[in-house]
Design a protein around this ligand. Structure first.
Ligand SMILES: [Zn+2]
Ligand SMILES: [Zn+2]
Length: 124
């Protein structure tokens, strides 16, 4: 089989929050070769390297709709609520989000308290 039209990476996506980098092949809402996929937002996508299926893509990240930061879709970095928001923006505007998001953010907060039942090694 020759498939000369392997998509070449068009650039490198970098999450500006966690520093994750990955080459992306497409940025937008309708990745090529994926007739069945329509994304809800403009995303950085790459072809899924783990499957030969051309339709399989991986969404790497997107741009925060408020500050324009490029953020990965990891729960640590961004949130999708009709648009993509980076977590710093979500935190800044938390009151504007519905309660469920606020609660979700609450749960996501880095655990500063020690886990009950989990031994913390506090040697120095
Ligand atoms: Zn990230
Ligand atoms: Zn933002």
């Amino acid at each position: 089989m020759d498939s000369p039209k392997e998509p070449q990476p068009s650039g490198e996506f970098k999450c500006q929050l966690c520093g994750l980098t990955a080459p992306y092949t497409y940025y937008g809402q309708k990745p090529p070769n994926t007739c069945s996929i329509e994304l809800l937002e403009d995303c950085y996508v790459m072809k899924d390297p783990f499957t030969p299926d051309k339709e399989k893509i991986l969404i790497l990240g997107s741009l925060c709709s408020l500050c324009g930061l490029s953020v990965c879709i990891g729960a640590e970095c961004s949130l999708f609520y009709s648009k993509r928001f980076c977590l710093p923006c979500v935190n800044e505007n938390l009151q504007a989000f519905p309660l469920e998001i606020q609660e979700d953010m609450d749960r996501r907060k880095p655990q500063k308290k020690s886990f009950p039942g989990k031994k913390m090694d506090t040697r120095t």
